[in-house]
Ligand binder design. Sequence first.
Ligand code: ZN
Length: 163
Amino acid sequence: MVGGMEQLYSEVILDHSRNPHGRGEVPAGVAQSHQMNPICGDEVTLGVRLGQGGTVIEDISWQGQGCSISLASTSVLTQELTGSTVDAARTAQKRFVELMHSRGAELDFSAAEELGDAAAFSGTAKFPARIKCALLGWMALLDAVNMAVEASESDTRAQSAQQ
Ligand code: ZN
């Protein structure tokens, strides 16, 4: 059965790398982060737009090039986190970083459930050279979310100062 899961997981990664979610122009004016993984040549610029007073991720867009792991991982986070709250996205990001540092340990059911398609990268954690590839988009996401939250907080301050 382990072979079956690994097969399923590699299909998930292949699928996302072939049809990446959210890949396209990053609109001007959104909080965005550019990250590079020079070891592999991966590069991503990821933008985040928040809504509902800066608490919900309304839109994720990204441009990038690189290996299939880096593209698939950025696609998965776009699929899993668009529409989620900022808090939930930060938690998921933390979980994913933990997963990538687990050296390929078996996921328990609730962790797999929480990660959704991102659980497919559990096997990648066995290959130290690929960990940076898988983390690239998630680092850009956290960075862009932090910037977007900061911008929305300073907007709120400016508005209340005017009143
Ligand atoms: Zn790579």
